[in-house]
Design a protein around this ligand. Structure first.
Ligand SMILES: Cc1cc2nc3c(=O)[nH]c(=O)nc-3n(C[C@H](O)[C@H](O)[C@H](O)COP(=O)(O)OP(=O)(O)OC[C@H]3O[C@@H](n4cnc5c(N)ncnc54)[C@H](O)[C@@H]3O)c2cc1C
Length: 355
């Protein structure tokens, strides 16, 4: 039987960021990915590092701040390991809301127009956030190579089909044979419930990518809609949040509705050329918070439920997981994310996953 100090199921951003953390601590890490690395939710994301989005649940704020603080180190590490840069695409977000959150100042109509010429604010109040965005496809091109360069073994097209507990290891079953792992980390995104009793469900998000000849240099976000420019004329417009099981089909009428809503906010979208459309499955716990911590047995860990913020939270969640696994001092309180909050209600999952 092959051996790893840490076996991770799932090569999305959460599994791979955790692999980098554990490899940096000297562990022999193997990541098992049933398809190709970074091709599910982590590929479909818009890439906003939206730590201050007023729609985020309040208990997420400390982990969000922790993660944003680690982001420069995360990107520099990827670049050091691969020579590949993951550039920031925007550095500010113009946020509209029905009511101003505490501590922010509303900006004037003139300032709004100078930041996003042509914007139609409707009845919303706008404020500026020092929030960055990046293109998750840039991360997808670099992060798997970074993990390999850090000594991680990445096995694609290799699903974990079952796990079982032994005295001093976890047995990890794959179609290619069994592995003995000192620790097993379930980072299977929306499919996590196939390997653990967790209330994780897919939340479908449909998006479109357009090309506009009018410049837009900031992310525009209002409740239920955002426009995220890539800095080269391309703008991502998203996104729906749907309970549609594991369906990833794109629905033309929904794309058209998203585009119309975006054009009401920023009219140049009406003339913009549609380049692409897609859908992805966000992994969501029933309370919309991540699940980070020990599973039912020692040596089994959960790195799940990052819902709408997994790109933003990856460096923070990965560091916190490493601190829990290696029993190091925690950089942030892990209590809000404890799997124990679901004790006794795990079987309520309406959407059990198939591998
Ligand atoms: C439309 C959309 C927009 C989004 N926008 C943003 C945004 O702007 N900012 C942000 O921070 N977040 C955003 N997100 C959320 C973010 O994409 C997710 O939270 C994050 O990608 C989750 O990462 P993950 O690694 O947990 O899951 P995934 O990326 O889905 O990775 C899970 C991996 O596990 C693999 N797997 C599953 N089962 C097994 C198994 N049995 N064995 C081996 N491998 C397995 C899967 O194939 C997959 O590759 C968005 C998501 C969507 C869909």
């Amino acid at each position: 039987m092959k051996h790893a100090d840490a076996a991770i199921a799932g090569a999305g951003i959460i599994g791979l960021a955790t692999a980098l953390e554990l490899a940096a601590a000297g562990l022999r890490v193997t990541v098992f990915e049933r398809g190709q690395a970074m091709r599910e939710s982590s590929w479909a994301a818009a890439g906003m590092l939206a730590a201050a989005d007023p729609e985020n649940p309040t208990p997420l704020r400390p982990l969000s701040r922790f993660s944003i603080g680690l982001y420069p180190e995360f990107l520099a590490n990827i670049e050091r390991l691969t020579g590949k840069q993951v550039p920031l695409r925007t550095r500010q977000t113009l946020q509209g809301a029905h009511a101003l959150p505490p501590g922010v100042s509303q900006i004037s109509a003139e300032t709004i127009q100078s930041i996003a010429p042509g914007i139609q604010p409707g009845g919303l109040k706008f404020f500026l956030l020092d929030e960055h965005s990046l293109d998750p496809r840039d991360i997808a091109r670099a992060l798997p190579d970074a993990a390999k360069a850090a000594g991680v073994t990445l096995l694609e097209e290799t699903a974990v089909t079952a796990i079982s507990d032994h005295v001093d290891s976890v047995a990890v079953q794959t179609p290619g044979g069994a592995w003995a792992a000192g620790n097993f980390i379930n980072a299977c995104g929306a499919w996590a419930a196939a390997l653990a009793d967790v209330p994780i469900n897919p939340r479908k998000g449909q998006m479109l990518l357009v090309h506009s000849s009018e410049p837009l240099n900031v992310t525009l976000r209002i409740p239920q809609l955002y426009l995220v420019p890539r800095g080269d004329g391309r703008i991502v417009i998203g996104a729906t949040v749907e309970n549609a099981g594991y369906d990833k089909e794109v629905c033309p009428s929904i794309i058209s509705a998203l585009r119309n809503a975006a054009a009401e906010l920023w009219p140049p979208v009406r003339e913009a050329r549609v380049l692409d459309t897609w859908a992805g499955l966000r992994p969501a716990a029933t309370d919309s918070l991540p699940i980070l911590g020990m599973d039912e047995a020692p040596r089994r860990w959960l790195a799940l439920g990052h819902f709408r913020n997994g790109i933003m939270l990856a460096p923070g969640s990965a560091r916190l997981l490493r601190q829990m696994i290696l029993n190091e001092p925690r950089g942030v309180d892990a209590a809000p994310f404890s799997p124990e909050r679901f004790a006794g209600m795990m079987n309520d999952n309406p959407c059990p996953a198939a591998i």
